[in-house]
Design a binder for this molecule. Structure first.
Ligand SMILES: C[S@@+](CC[C@H](N)C(=O)[O-])C[C@H]1O[C@@H](n2cnc3c(N)ncnc32)[C@H](O)[C@@H]1O
Length: 416
């Protein structure tokens, strides 16, 4: 939708503030579970007023709302007269806001997803569409396809950052030369070691797709988590990716320290907790809005522990590495120490995986690597060993039904 102080939010809505907290309980696997749904809608003005609540991304421009031109205040070109006449004032205002937000973000060079209604015009559709063909809502492509094209690929994909001219310039540059000159790239290839410490085997976590890129389910352990891996470039940078820019940061909702069941109340606007789409997986996290790729959630909150057995048994622990060696766990089993991320379930294959977990400066974050449509469950890959330990079976093909075992209980095909 819009960006406040540079924190870019790509919600499709745009109008009134309405916040609904719905708490109810439901029997779930013998446990009373609070469910919490929350949707927040903002206007531009309210986003500005709420500025403090949203993250400031260093180096990114403040929004200048005066930059919106009159044209953005008109949506006639996208609808027929008959369609417009059927719309309420509310709907018209909402579409206008969506257009304004999109155009403002695009003009600032921020990641923005074009609202669907702006993709078709009443007249001259072809011409206009061609002009817009560099839009940021490029769909994610399967790893196998990316793998094929990875070597030849010019490393500019979804977003025009920092400015449109920058993208054009990079596009004209052959192969990867342009990025290799960027000063904050670590000069030598960042070596990734597999942990061999038998006392604390790798199983409880992650940390990023393998450096050869491309399979989001193949993850290796970082020996230095100062560096940020850019999946689009398949490179590591000391700071934000100079080509694709910083990730869109979504912070947790701030809560009072004394809030009970604090994990549920930390849900950021636009996400909700409900029953997982995966049979017998309990609760999961769902999106209420279209989330763009390169959106970062986190950090993962929980109890810091070195108790290996406990961390193994809970099913909520990520392992943190220091200098390439297992160091401690962040265990989110205790709902009063955890945040909402404890409810994110494990993808069963790369197709359904829409987030990647990674470690940065001693903390775990989840980031999106493809567009997540509204009403979609957020799914991350826990890592080969840990998911196996939890009995989560990996499916090669999402359409293929296979029996699987969860926490020791075997489920048959027709129960899946
Ligand atoms: C971090 S928790 C995720 C939240 C959990 N669903 C809940 O309701 O609290 C991990 C646990 O969720 C369940 N789970 C996660 N992903 C699953 C999957 N793909 N298939 C089956 N169970 C899954 C397993 O019971 C696992 O131990």
């Amino acid at each position: 939708m819009a960006s406040v102080n540079g924190g870019a939010y790509t919600w499709d809505w745009g109008l009134c503030v309405s916040q609904t907290h719905k708490n109810y309980t439901e029997e779930d696997e013998g446990e009373q579970v609070d469910r919490y749904l929350m949707s927040v809608f903002f206007t531009n003005t309210e986003l500005v007023n709420l500025g403090k609540k949203f993250p400031v991304v260093p180096g990114m421009p403040m929004l200048d709302f005066s930059a919106l031109d009159k044209q953005s205040d008109n949506i006639d070109e996208f609808f027929t007269t008959a369609q417009l006449s059927k719309m309420s004032q509310y709907e018209i205002l909402r579409f206008k806001n969506m257009r304004k937000n999109y155009e403002m973000m695009a003009s600032l060079g921020l990641p923005a997803i074009k609202p669907d209604f702006m993709k078709s015009r009443r007249g001259g559709a072809k011409k206009k569409r061609k002009e817009c063909s560099d839009d940021s809502d490029e769909e994610w492509t399967p790893a196998s396809e990316r793998r094929k094209s990875q070597r030849d690929r010019i490393p500019v994909t979804q977003f025009s950052f920092p400015l449109k001219q920058g993208v054009d310039a990079v596009k004209k540059t052959p192969k990867l030369k342009k990025i290799e000159k960027v000063p904050n790239i670590k000069p030598e290839k960042h070596e990734i070691k597999k942990n061999t410490d038998s006392k604390m085997p790798i199983h409880t976590y992650p940390l990023r797709p393998a450096s050869s890129a491309v399979s989001y389910m193949k993850i290796e352990v970082p020996d230095d988590d100062e560096f940020l891996y850019c999946e689009e470039c398949n490179k590591e940078y000391e700071g934000d990716c100079p080509v694709h820019g910083p990730l869109v940061i979504v912070e947790d909702t701030e809560i009072k320290p004394k809030d009970k069941e604090r994990s549920l109340y930390t849900l950021p606007p636009g996400l909700c907790v409900r029953k997982s789409s995966i049979q017998n997986a309990g609760l999961g996290i769902w999106s209420d809005y279209k989330i763009s790729p390169r959106t970062r959630f986190g950090p993962y909150k929980g109890e810091k522990t070195q108790d290996l057995d406990k961390a193994h048994s809970t099913g909520y622990a990520w392992q943190i590495y220091e200098n390439g060696k297992p160091s401690f766990f962040i265990d989110a089993f205790d709902k009063n120490q955890a945040n909402w991320m404890r409810y994110v379930n494990c993808a069963r294959n790369e197709d359904e995986q829409n987030m990647t977990a990674y470690q940065h400066r001693g903390q775990i974050y989840y980031r999106t690597h493809k567009v997540i449509n509204p009403d979609t469950e957020l799914l991350v890959w826990y890592g080969e060993d840990y998911s196996e330990e939890l009995g989560i079976r990996r499916w090669e093909d999402s359409t293929e039904l296979k029996p699987f075992t969860v926490n020791g209980t075997k489920y048959l095909d027709d129960e899946i």
